[in-house]
Design a protein around this ligand. Structure first.
Ligand code: ZN
Length: 164
């Protein structure tokens, strides 16, 4: 159990044992982990593209097919995180936001990192691109977004790389 807390850390010592299956969404995590690709799903009836992916369309309830999406997108809304859980304390401060990938019609909540994190860098309408950890585990934290103009700098760091 964690006894000491750092500044900006929410007291969050929680231990939960559970088994969790990715079920119909597992392809998303496998593609992130193995191939550095971002997959959403497209409704077989209305054609709406969902990101995060859904096995069925939430608008018309028809099944969806997997589609590879671009790794660039636009910030819909964002904020800078100053207080967080133990899982992310080393990253404080960092941005999070809803990002609409190019080709998707819904937005994905994901981390947005910047070398110069000020609100104007991650505001609504800013263009971002996905960066992947070199060591991936099939988790949402395997990738994050950076402002497009910082992309080359981020993927030149030893622990990160660009997508495919
Ligand atoms: Zn639909």
């Amino acid at each position: 159990m964690v006894e000491k807390f750092q500044d900006h850390q929410i007291r969050d010592a929680i231990k939960i044992n559970y088994k969790y299956t990715m079920g119909g969404q597992s392809k998303f995590f496998i593609e992130v982990m193995k191939n550095k690709k971002l997959f959403g799903t497209k409704c077989t009836k209305c054609g709406k593209t969902w990101m995060p992916p859904r096995t069925s369309c939430s608008d018309c309830y028809e099944p969806t097919d997997w589609v590879e999406l671009n790794q660039t997108g636009t910030i819909n809304v964002s904020t800078i995180v100053w207080y967080t859980t133990s899982a992310f304390i080393k990253a404080v401060p960092y941005g999070i936001g809803f990002i609409k990938l190019d080709g998707a019609e819904t937005a994905l909540l994901q981390g947005i990192f910047s070398e110069n994190l000020v609100p104007s860098k991650i505001k609504k309408g800013k263009r971002v691109r996905a960066v992947f950890n070199k060591e991936r585990e099939g988790k949402m934290t395997d990738f994050f977004f950076v402002p497009e103009d910082e992309y080359e700098s981020w993927i030149s760091k030893p622990e990160f790389e660009g997508g495919v």
